[in-house]
Design a protein around this ligand. Sequence first.
Ligand SMILES: C[S@@+](CC[C@H](N)C(=O)[O-])C[C@H]1O[C@@H](n2cnc3c(N)ncnc32)[C@H](O)[C@@H]1O
Length: 377
Amino acid sequence: MAIQIEHYAGREQAYVKHTFLDKYLPSLIGKVCSRYDEFVYIDGFAGPWKSNAGETFDDTSFGIALNHMTAIRLRYLAQGRDVRMRAILVEKDPGAFAQLTEAIKRFPKVDTFPICGEFESKVTGISALVPHNAFVFSLIDPKGFPDIEKLLPLFGFAHCELLINFMFDHANRFAETGLISRLERWLAVGGGPNWEARLKGLSGAEREAEIESLAVEGLRKIGRFTYSPVISIDKPSQDRTLYKLIYFSRHEKGLEVFRSSEAKALEVQAQVRTSLRDRKREERSGMADMFPGNADIDRSARALADGAVEGRRHLLQILDNCGTDGQNWGRLWPVILNEVSITKSRLGLIINEARKSTPLKRRIGPVSGIPSRVTHN
Ligand SMILES: C[S@@+](CC[C@H](N)C(=O)[O-])C[C@H]1O[C@@H](n2cnc3c(N)ncnc32)[C@H](O)[C@@H]1O
């Protein structure tokens, strides 16, 4: 199954989000299942929501997850290993819930637990459904702001990762207005009762970075997560952030998978936004465009290119700070990937390139297993 852009007309941002999930989930589940006997997927706001893929629901988060969980379970079964797969799917709307319960019948290899109701009020019961030694991935993808305090038990599982959608555009407009108490309470988790003071006098990119930090930091500390990188999903037709997918992990392997899935999602975002701009231009002019736009200059493609430059800068800074001591690749890459939007393989390439200058050669060893060209497929 591959997700198809045709199913996402008018909601291209969901295509970018699902591209991330479609790349991230199989890598995560494949890796986790070599160690854990059970994988649990929790989708708190499962939908289906604006699905156009018919009965397959391939354009929904639960459809993507259940497809991959089925494929990986079968793969392991063929190798003689039975890894249990459990999906806990919560949906509030009764009509959508009826579609959900019908759709999951297609996935008999996964133990599915559909629950109708408000996710926030179901969390305690859901925790009881998670086996002690399972690895848990939770997707929290509401339309607005969830009642975040009630979701905190999900951050406490011993072995878990989470992806949470933060409606940045709304947050940017409504923070400090006092109009959305759930938003204010979320930001207070990160910034304490005086969180508003941190936004004072800020605008544009600085304000965006500070709101993001308020949204991430408290949750990261509560869950004792080491890594909390964020993907900005843009409005399809404007150079503005629509929402942010915040990822929490305690394991560097998760960070590695996150960055390569993010790169794929940002590539797709650049392509989709460029095609939309082309189409709008054609509609305005009434003529086929002889010079289609260049996706490499879209701001998400530029974010990837900037990540490579930043990655190199971080590397040189770390090496400068450690004097004549050498640096170990295994310790270095997670530090840089946590801060910078760059894949592990691209960073390895940069290091191997940088080692051609002799002073660096002595301070960091070659990185093996890196292809000479990086792709995100
Ligand atoms: C943004 S859509 C989810 C999209 C889905 N994660 C995907 O990517 O395909 C949000 C869904 O959550 C449902 N919903 C809204 N509030 C909810 C709540 N408090 N608890 C559970 N579901 C809720 C809505 O009916 C809607 O189907």
